[in-house]
Design a protein around this ligand. Structure first.
Ligand code: B12
Length: 218
């Protein structure tokens, strides 16, 4: 990695030291490290946390501590992320999005980053939280007259809910009213194609690009 501050940042997230991550993010920003690099560093640290959990080296508690350290650091980074997205054409209203993490899934860090980026880009974002029943996505979309329904899923056991939502939209006779955008660690473009989603976003910046595309704006 070649940058001591980034190395330390990665380490404090892996070790779940919430008190130390904000100062390191601030330092990285002051050193002129770009937002993408900081985000990637932090996200990579979370992957390491996940790997340690898979190997049985970490338990839920350590995973949660990692999440807290990530969130504390991201709070410092959020304005920079928003600034960057705004530079690429934010401001004017681009569309209405209902966003949530699917039922039986409580991971929200990635979803929250996506929400910040979409908002900064000028989308009206209705974040309906975590563990959201599929009916609720549709109810909210109808209520706020949404253009896009965006789903986050972090578990291989919940990623199939994206397909279920699309089925439910069809059954309810409203599939054509909404574009469906999906994302989350186990999801890929291939998976999105297989379930018939309208788009897949790899990260927060890609979520903005894909949402703009869905609105015919790029
Ligand atoms: C932190 C964490 C937790 C925290 C979550 C805290 C929180 N508030 O979110 C806690 C401790 C609660 C947790 C619980 C569990 N977890 Co967990 N968790 C993680 C971990 C380490 C990091 C996730 C994260 O925040 N990453 C950082 C963010 C920035 O990345 P991201 O979420 O991928 O989001 C980015 C993109 O995916 C994308 N994106 C995300 N959403 C969306 C949505 C849209 C619309 C778009 C376009 C893009 C997009 O943009 C984001 C920004 O770049 C992952 C490891 C990993 N590799 O993902 C495991 C992981 C996801 N968890 C896992 C497991 C197994 C669990 C538990 C089942 C453990 C258990 N036995 O109880 C529970 C499940 C609880 C539940 N019902 O949901 C496994 C899943 C394995 C699998 N095959 O499904 C993983 C992969 C760890 C592992 N390697 O074993 N977890």
């Amino acid at each position: 990695m070649g940058n001591e501050v980034l190395e330390k940042l990665q380490e404090v997230i892996i070790k779940g030291k919430r008190a130390d991550s904000p100062a390191l993010v601030t330092q990285a920003i002051e050193d002129g490290v770009d937002v993408d690099t900081i985000i990637n560093t932090m996200s990579d640290a979370m992957k390491v946390v996940g790997e340690k959990f898979s190997k049985g080296e970490y338990f839920i508690t350590e995973m949660l501590l990692g999440a807290h350290a990530f969130k504390a650091g991201f709070d410092v980074l959020r304005p920079k992320l928003e600034e960057k997205v705004k530079k690429t054409g934010g401001q004017s209203k681009k569309g209405v999005i209902v966003l949530g993490t699917v039922i039986n899934d409580i991971h929200d860090i990635g979803k929250n980053m996506v929400a910040s980026a979409l908002q900064a880009a000028g989308f009206e974002v209705h974040d309906i939280g975590i563990d959201v029943p599929l009916e609720k996505f549709i109810e909210k979309a109808e209520e706020v007259n949404a253009d896009i329904i965006a789903l986050s899923a972090l578990l291989t056991t919940t990623m199939g809910e994206t397909k279920n939502l699309i089925e439910l939209l069809k059954q309810s006779g409203v599939r054509e009213k909404y574009k469906v955008l999906i994302g989350g660690a186990p999801i890929s473009q291939k998976f999105a194609d297989a379930v018939g989603a309208d788009a897949y976003g790899e990260d927060a910046f890609d979520a903005v690009n894909k949402a703009k595309k869905l609105m015919g704006l790029s």
